[in-house]
Design a protein around this ligand. Structure first.
Ligand SMILES: [Zn+2]
Length: 124
């Protein structure tokens, strides 16, 4: 996506997108081990520009990733509150359910330090 008109990404948003991509990738790798995977292209987002390792995920996880990216990038609150304390509930219910499962699953796999735990709480 070389023609993305976006200005440089906000570092806080980039960090959250990176976490989302990482969590969804881990989840998909374990939970959907046999599914065919590819790196989803999400309109308006450039992995390289965001400093994100392109995530290889299955079709279902690609849709979740796209939804999560768009919602995070368009969150109107600055700073973004933890989603569970937010009154806006911008996720569609099915995606909300999925992302919570992803965060729980991958978070548990990733919690090696208090810092990751904090990151996890900040996002969901
Ligand atoms: Zn998957």
């Amino acid at each position: 996506m070389p023609h993305a008109p976006n200005p440089s990404p906000d570092p806080k948003i980039a960090r959250d997108l990176k976490t989302l991509a990482q969590f969804i990738r881990i989840y998909c790798r374990h939970k959907h081990a046999d599914a065919e995977k590819s790196v989803p292209r999400i309109k308006g987002f450039d992995y390289a520009e965001l400093g994100i390792k392109p995530p290889e995920v299955c079709g279902a996880c690609a849709r979740l990733l796209a939804h999560a990216f768009v919602k995070r990038a368009h969150c109107p609150f600055k700073p973004k509150p933890a989603c569970k304390h937010c009154r806006s509930h911008c996720y569609q219910p099915a995606y909300r359910q999925q992302i919570r499962e992803v965060m729980r699953y991958s978070g548990r796999k990733l919690i090696l330090s208090g810092r990751l735990d904090l990151l996890f709480k900040l996002i969901f």
